[in-house]
Design a binder for this molecule. Sequence first.
Ligand code: EPZ
Length: 420
Amino acid sequence: MDKLIIQGGHVLQGEVRISGAKNAALPILAGSLLATAPVKITNMPHLRDITTMMELTGGMGVRFVLDDQMGVEVYAEDIQRFEAPYDLVKTMRASILVLGPLLTRFGSARVSFPGGCAIGARPVDLHLKGMEKLGAKITIDNGYIHAKAPNGLRGADISFDTVTVTGTENLIMAATLAKGVTTLHHAAREPEVVDLANYLNTLGAKISGAGTDTIVITGVKELGGGQYSVMPDRIEAGTFLAAAAITRGKIKLKQVAPTTMLQIIHKLTEAGAEIQMDDNTISLDMKGKRPKAIRLSTAPYPGFPTDMQAQMIALNTVADGVGHVVETVFENRFLHVQEMQRMGAQIVLEGNTAIVTGKERLTGAPVMATDLRASASLVLAGLVAEGETVIERIYHIDRGYEVIEEKLSQLGAKIYRDHS
Ligand code: EPZ
């Protein structure tokens, strides 16, 4: 099992290129099942989850041609199988995103029911209720979701009880070929939803309102091909900004979209960072100062993203003052806290609030990654801890961060991957 070994105490300085967004590339790859002509997707991140989605859709008959510039050509005109098997779905919950495209284009889908996950139950009931509203017949047996729509789907009015990102994405894709108009109320407003809608419109879909809480999709007969570039990853970008802030360093991010991460920038400014930005770069400078403790509460976009919660707790562990971090999206997303406590962090959990009393120093320790963003927060803590930190089970981190140790080393971190 690979481990990451970090010698703490080195200030991060320099420039780094941000990759394409994992959480935009995944629904875009799933949506490629709708394309009846070749599609060229660029700025695709090289991540384990992306490979898994290609393996999953490849098993259905999609063919990929990868180029050496993070681009991929997708050929989905000849799909023979409509199944997402358990052995792939259990490694990536986002596999549920193939349900909408398969159902609306082929009238049939068999998707393994995603199990639980470290950060919460993460049910898919809102996905299934929405599909039924569009006329699908859904049964669940042997751990699989069987969805049928032999006469195709019909447009409907759908209102989500809870804001769900992949639920919104799944229903947008299902509605693209449904007969008539579908309106999604209380929809997710995340930039990745907008990226998916822009991609599908490039293929000939008729989607309006993405980025607001009301999205209208007018069904069309079929989608063709086209070319699209995946948006920059706002969470990877935020993670690198937090890494520079926690080490009191100075960093410039290239190929980012600052307008998609204004809450992250606002909170880092509150922590004392000086931040400049233009349309595709962000520069952060701590001027060597210790960060100030911040208070935040996660929320669906445009609120503070839950995927940056763990990273901001890490920042608070060495900040000046007491920080309060409230997690409102997932019910169990504080697994990183006990690992940071092993490094000397002073954190008290009260329900969904982490009260963090900042200390001058953490001490390096062997710790364990539990989920994607928790593992990134342990890297941040390791960068600033005294001595050596060993992070185990880093397969979590490879799901969402492209060669994180290489990018951090370029910035002056002392970090390497132990393949033993
Ligand atoms: C997406 O997950 C992201 N994943 C997550 O990123 C992110 O944390 C999350 O949105 C919230 O922003 C991808 O986009 C691939 P939700 P998703 O449906 O869509 C409840 C990462 O680190 N819910 O918006 O699964 C659910 O339990 C990952 O990259 C239902 O109750 O999240 C949760 O409490 C982690 N029923 C809340 O809604 C449903 O049918 C938000 O979940 C669906 C969701």
